[in-house]
Design a protein. Structure first.
Length: 392
């Protein structure tokens, strides 16, 4: 009992100290925009749903996981508090510079998207993302050149959906790091080969861990510190990956829907899971084997971590490559998780794993840091739910 008390005190102290560090407080705060594209007649029309506040503020969303991590966070927060009319006016004023980060072309011909209308929701909880709906339009040149659409990396991730009027066909793509959609024809929808789906979603799954998923990285490092033997590590990491993908599948099919106002609870549980893993490492000795109980706990935590990303993939329809997309995304996740473990093993386990000081020099301080960051996140996320101040 005394050892447990010492562990809790150490974690609490480090959590307090970490409040001054630039550590992401919400692993999934920055979410991709969603664009529905129609290419009918002589114009392309795009219905874009996005948080426009960071766009107006100039926040580089490729460099942060949470807008609070940006030096422009104060500007972003002030915009969140604006009324719909005030925010619409600010967007209109900034549209010329924002549109420079939008890639839209027909064949080799650049198209200039015109902001047709803006629908901004009323001001709610300023700590919760507010999505506005923008209608963009651009005239198409003569001919039948297909349309390509995308964002500059600074504008964040983008889900593109092309819908064909009078047809059940759809095209969906999750774009990150400034990548562009496949060419979208003016009649029908873009077609993807299995190889293209594999490349896109393996990369997306990997990027979801490295560099975007600090919560994943910390959790997997916690699994690494639990047992140096490869079998326990592989069992835990794989169960975590499978659970994460299970939740994504349920969200994509609409079986699970997490309201935005409850995402704080999901994020809090994710943070608490990181604390749990870190503290459990501190309470046990060096292990070479694990039981089904530990695997079951990791699986449950994987389900919850998947909920943190479920709001993204829930935007997808049941496209032709749904199962393949999720399967390749899972492969990318697993590669990302195993990469974290491989790096940790090369830096710590391989040279020092069999040394007598390995646990005291690496496992204990590493687990304390993991648990402390998780505890700090818990405090932040509980602050979203009530009257506690948001900690920065």
């Amino acid at each position: 009992m005394g050892n447990l008390l010492q562990i809790c005190i150490r974690v609490a102290l480090l959590a307090l100290l970490s409040m001054g560090l630039p550590i992401t407080a919400a692993a999934h705060e920055v979410q991709p925009a969603v664009a529905d594209v129609r290419t009918g007649g002589d114009a392309v029309t795009i219905t874009l749903r996005a948080a426009v506040e960071p766009m107006i503020a100039g926040v580089n969303l490729s460099e942060v996981e949470d807008t609070d991590d940006s030096p422009l966070s104060d500007r972003n927060d002030a915009l969140r508090a604006l009324s719909p009319d005030e925010l619409s006016a600010a967007l209109t004023e900034s549209w010329t510079s924002i549109s420079e980060g939008i890639v839209l072309r027909a064949g080799d011909t650049p198209l200039i998207p015109t902001l047709v209308s803006v629908d901004v929701p009323p001001v709610g909880d300023v700590e919760i993302r507010r999505d506005s709906t923008l209608t963009l339009s651009a005239r198409l040149p003569d001919g039948d050149d297909p349309v390509v659409f995308g964002f500059d990396a600074a504008l964040g991730g983008l889900i593109v959906r092309q819908v064909s009027d009078g047809s059940e066909e759809t095209y969906e793509a999750f774009l990150t790091n400034g990548s562009l959609s496949d060419p979208m024809p003016r009649t029908g929808v873009a077609q993807q080969t299995l190889a293209e789906v594999a490349q896109r979603y393996v990369v997306s799954g990997f990027v979801h861990v490295i560099p975007d998923g600090l919560d994943h990285i910390l959790f997997v490092l916690g699994l690494y510190f639990f047992a140096l033997a490869w079998r326990p590590m592989l069992w835990q990491v794989t169960s975590f990956t499978i659970a994460h993908t299970t939740t994504l599948f349920l969200a994509t099919t609409g079986a699970i829907v997490v309201p935005a106002e409850w995402m704080w609870l999901v994020e809090t549980i994710i943070a608490a899971s990181i604390v749990w893993i870190g503290v459990e490492n501190l309470m046990g000795g060096r292990k070479e084997t694990i039981g089904w109980g530990r695997i079951g706990v990791v699986f449950v935590f994987g389900l919850v971590h998947g909920l943190g990303f479920a709001s993204v993939l829930s935007e997808f329809g049941l496209g032709e490559w749904l199962i393949a997309s999720l399967a390749f995304f899972t492969v990318g996740l697993e590669i990302g998780h195993l990469t974290v473990i491989a790096i940790a093993f090369l830096l710590m386990g391989l040279p020092f794993g069999h040394k007598s000081f390995y646990r005291s020099a690496f496992v204990v301080p590493g687990s304390v840091i993991i648990a402390a960051i998780g505890a700090y996140w818990v405090l932040n996320r509980i602050g979203w739910a009530g009257d506690l101040p948001y900690l920065t």
